[in-house]
Write a protein that binds this ligand. Structure first.
Ligand code: GCW
Length: 676
């Protein structure tokens, strides 16, 4: 079964007869990527490496410092041979995979140069030491597996079971395949463990676990991927036996220095720490009366001597809100916590900012921190795992949403380029310390992901990090060409039609028009219109008989809009200029409000929910036509998912429509069935 896009069986017909030549005869033992590249050719592709240049069809031309960026590769043709050139082995590896991609997706290899747009291209795993994965929908962890479980039951609470003995899974074949997938799309960093560091997971930074983390680092290093670990802020107490974890305490500083020394002894190129602090019950500097800059800088100074980095998340908000309190607005939290600290973070600290101000919802505006921070390293964070996007059951090719988010124009008057992906580089202290990160979506599922089609999101995320101008549709075509190699063009076109519209479809039958969070509490799959309405998480839609939505204007609401540049702020302040799909994010509106699409708000809710269901039903019918032209297991698994999706879309449609019909008392003008 070939669900990975870099699958030797799929590739062989494109590369099978090639003979490779390296213009650098001597290979240094420490050039682990160069050694890996040779292995990829000899063992994975089953091709030959020659010492005679004239016998080669593909030549790796090492040219030291010709290119400004060590990741840049140039592929071109000369005298019937394909040349891949770059400064060193990392560029060669990227060029090698790129050549495969170009051939398989029928693109020209005549003259193709490529440099990544983002420096750090990272996958954050929320894997836990007992093999479970927080928000994992593709089976158990590929890293941890002592309990030998392959599934990952969604418990909604995410406690960690005790593990006696070695917690690591040691499935080397799986790890190599995964590292290959990541490298082939240019991912160059991973964080191994959940940002909520619980139970024995706290001890990953010390032996005996650390030496096993080092083994993982060895595997990923060959593919140009640096390893990071999430840490528990209270480690000085839990591991060091100290009475405090106060970042200004000398013993605490020493504790972290010692920890870093220990880590770098075993992993000389360790990436650094990913930190979730003062968030959703996790400990952090606030509890010691310290700022997040003080907390992050203390770690940054401990790890600085080794060129390590601290990736510090801005997902900090009051998660014990009272729904009666209408002044507190969760959307404002990251900005209020971090904007005042702009300029105070050390050069090796990066703020990792969720793309939207709330939490990976189907539709959110860009976080106003992008463009507002002027002197702080930043990364934009996404969630491939699809926690709020269908749990890898419903087909949801999310790349169109990400593509949109990285191209939002911040319209900051003092910045040269407006798009968020460039602004975050322009306003950072050091472009090397900027990039995109996303919560990963793979597990021990035989398809890597829950729905086999969800693997396209991992592929797409990597491609988008590398090429910020790539379009979601082009990326999808590439993935289909590489994944469904044996299928005919009509089949690929059908899958393309399903997937390319799937993100919009999911949005249609979900919480309407940017309001978010009408999901089943804790699990976040399936509809529950009031599930989070009276909860403590600051996730409200405020529907009543007069209207729905959150007023975030300066004039009458929470004032969140003022965090944007003047132009964007006035756009969102005004209902008429707010895009329809965000209109309830920014405004509380009567059901009879006429939207930009020419329909009333209530009619739009009905129309979208009927259409979302309709489209899901068509996806199923389309898919059923493909049974003879697809791998049987993949066909069956997607089919099963589409049946569940249809049921899900039906529940969303009927519950949302009925809810708003009961609230508004307004009938569907098209007379479709809405339950009373
Ligand atoms: O959306 C929330 C998830 C949590 C997650 C948190 C975060 C890891 O429901 O499961 O915790 O985001 O991003 O830290």
């Amino acid at each position: 079964m070939n669900n990975t896009w870099v699958n030797e069986d799929n590739i062989s017909s494109f590369m099978g007869n090639d003979v490779f030549y390296f213009n650098q005869a001597r290979i240094e033992i420490q050039d682990t990527i160069g050694l890996r590249l040779r292995k990829e050719i000899l063992e994975w592709l089953n091709c030959e490496i020659t010492y005679e240049q004239q016998d080669a069809t593909i030549i790796f031309n090492y040219c030291n410092s010709k290119f400004k960026n060590d990741d840049t590769y140039h592929i071109y043709q000369t005298k019937g041979k394909t040349i891949i050139e770059g400064n060193g082995s990392k560029a060669m590896l990227y060029g090698f995979y790129a050549l495969i991609r170009l051939r398989m997706s029928h693109q020209s290899e005549q003259d193709y140069t490529s440099t990544p747009d983002q420096s750090i291209r990272m996958i954050d795993h929320w894997d836990q030491i007992d093999g479970s994965i927080e928000r994992g929908y593709a089976g158990a962890s590929i890293f941890f597996g002592a309990l030998n479980k392959l599934d990952n039951p969604d418990r909604g609470d995410f406690g960690v079971d005790r593990v006696d003995g070695d917690p690591f899974r040691h499935n080397q074949e799986k790890l190599i395949t995964y590292a290959r997938m990541l490298a082939s799309v240019g991912i160059n960093a991973i964080s191994l463990n959940n940002v909520n560091v619980r139970g024995q997971g706290t001890n990953l930074i010390i032996d005996p676990y650390l030496s096993e983390v080092a083994e993982l680092a060895d595997t990923f290093r060959q593919f140009g991927i640096k390893l990071f670990l999430s840490i528990n802020w209270e480690s000085p107490k839990h591991i060091g036996g100290l009475a405090t974890s106060d970042p200004l305490d000398e013993n605490v500083k020493k504790f972290w220095k010692d920890i870093c020394q220990g880590i770098y002894k075993e992993i000389p190129d360790f990436g650094g720490f990913l930190v979730k602090a003062d968030s959703e019950g996790e400990p952090g500097p606030y509890q010691y009366g310290r700022t997040h800059a003080e907390g992050a800088n203390m770690l940054a100074r401990a790890i600085g001597p080794y060129q390590g980095t601290i990736i510090w998340r801005t997902f900090v908000y009051n998660s014990k809100q009272d729904w009666r309190d209408r002044r507190t607005d969760r959307a404002k939290a990251a900005f209020e916590n971090f904007k005042p600290l702009d300029g105070q973070f050390d050069k090796n600290v990066i703020l990792q900012i969720k793309f939207g101000p709330i939490d990976f919802q189907t539709s959110e505006p860009l976080s106003p921190l992008f463009g507002a921070l002027k002197q702080t390293n930043q990364m934009m964070e996404f969630e491939i795992s699809a926690e709020y996007l269908g749990h890898q059951i419903d087909v949801n090719y999310v790349v169109p949403q990400w593509q949109h988010m990285i191209n939002v124009n911040t319209k900051q008057p003092d910045l040269k380029d407006g798009t968020s992906s460039q602004v975050l580089r322009e306003t950072s202290l050091n472009v090397e310390n900027t990039g995109f990160a996303a919560v990963g979506n793979v597990g021990m599922s035989p398809f890597w992901t829950g729905n086999p089609l969800a693997l396209a999101n991992l592929y797409g995320f990597g491609r988008l990090c590398w090429d910020n101008r790539a379009t979601a549709n082009d990326i999808l075509k590439e993935w289909l060409d590489q994944t469904f190699v044996e299928s005919n063009a009509t089949t690929k076109r059908s899958i393309f039609n399903i997937m390319s519209t799937s993100n919009e479809t999911y949005r249609m039958y979900n919480a309407p028009l940017g309001v978010g969070f009408m999901v089943v509490p804790h699990f976040h799959y399936g509809v529950s219109v009031n599930g989070y309405e009276y909860d403590r998480w600051g996730t409200y839609h405020f529907a009543d008989r007069n209207g729905v939505g959150v007023d975030r204007t300066q004039a009458t609401g929470s004032g969140f809009t003022k965090f944007y540049s003047p132009k964007v702020a006035s756009q969102y302040e005004n209902v008429e200029t707010t895009p329809d799909d965000l209109v309830l994010f920014f405004h509380h509106l009567p059901y009879t409000t006429v939207l930009k699409n020419g329909e009333t708000l209530i009619q739009t809710i009905y129309d979208q929910h009927f259409e979302g269901y309709e489209r899901s039903s068509n996806y199923l019918k389309e898919w059923q036509k493909l049974s003879t032209d697809l791998d049987k297991n993949i066909y069956e698994k997607v089919l099963q998912c589409l049946h569940k999706q249809l049921q899900n879309a039906l529940e969303w449609r009927d519950q949302v429509n009925t809810y708003f019909y009961r609230m508004s008392g307004i009938k569907d003008k098209r007379g479709r069935k809405i339950y009373q």
